[in-house]
Design a protein around this ligand. Structure first.
Ligand code: PGA
Length: 254
């Protein structure tokens, strides 16, 4: 069985006091399990503090983005080497908001995926279609192409360790969730794409999250589907009680 992964993407929310308070509230209440892991991705400025607060907790820490080189004159950026140095384990790559507002492209996503693995960070690679693309029945071709480009020149051994987040853009922050059936169908198509690029073995190992208005009320149904191995959660992950419920749902559903 693939280990589930429930990740909270805080985006650009919370003051330092709010971030610390959240961490202190959840750190002893999220239990380690061989079936599920919980990850919080705070704004980069809080990564160091949360790494310390979660040191003795089952909660893992991820970054929301990073540059693809180790160091350089890139004002404002955070490098994969810096994340590794802090002990961060995950990094979200290619979130649709990065693609839309910060010039993230399939090519930069691919560079960052390679850079993440070089620094022992597990990438959570985001793919997803716009409403227009969904309405013109292009969903599978769009996400398949994003997957193909994200994984270009990546070895099977590394590909196996990657996490893919299927996030239909029209479902992010809108309260609209893809139906569990639709989400599962696209996650299945993504797994099939991985199989055609690599092998069944790799496809069976890769973890695929669904993201887009996931909340405690709908996570169980999503997780009950064959190809959905977790969730990438924005809004609902800002509330400690909701995040605890989301992580617990990962341990419940068979
Ligand atoms: P949402 O965001 O849960 O607020 O829709 C998901 C995401 O952007 O990762």
């Amino acid at each position: 069985m693939r280990k589930r992964i429930i990740a909270g993407n805080w985006k650009m929310y919370k003051t330092s006091i709010e971030a610390a308070d959240f961490a202190d509230k959840i750190k002893d209440r999220i239990k380690t399990s061989e079936h599920v892991e919980a990850v919080i991705c705070p704004p980069a400025i809080y990564l160091g503090d949360l790494m310390q607060r979660f040191e003795t907790s089952a909660v893992k820490v991820g970054a929301q983005t990073m540059h693809d080189t180790d160091e350089g004159a890139f004002t404002g950026e955070v490098s994969p080497a810096m994340l590794e140095d802090l002990g961060v384990q995950y990094v979200i790559i290619g979130h649709s908001e990065r693609r839309q507002y910060f010039n993230e492209t399939d090519e930069t996503v691919n560079k960052k995926v390679h850079a993440a693995f070089q620094h022992h960070l597990v990438p959570m690679i985001c793919v997803g279609e716009t409403l227009e693309q969904r309405e013109s029945m292009e969903t599978v071709s769009v996400v398949s192409e994003q997957v193909e480009k994200a994984f270009a020149d990546l070895s099977a051994d590394l590909a196996k360790q990657a996490v893919i987040a299927y996030e239909p853009i029209w479902a992010i922050g809108t309260g609209k969730t893809a139906t569990a059936e639709d989400a599962n169908e696209v996650c299945g198509a993504i797994r099939h794409k991985i199989e055609t690029i690599y092998s069944k073995d790799v496809a069976d190992a890769v973890r695929i999250q669904y993201g887009g208005s996931v909340k405690p009320e709908n996570i169980e149904e999503l997780l009950s589907k064959e190809h959905i191995d977790g969730a990438l959660v924005g809004g609902a992950s800002l509330d400690p009680e909701a995040f605890i419920k989301l992580a617990e749902a990962g341990t419940h559903v068979e």
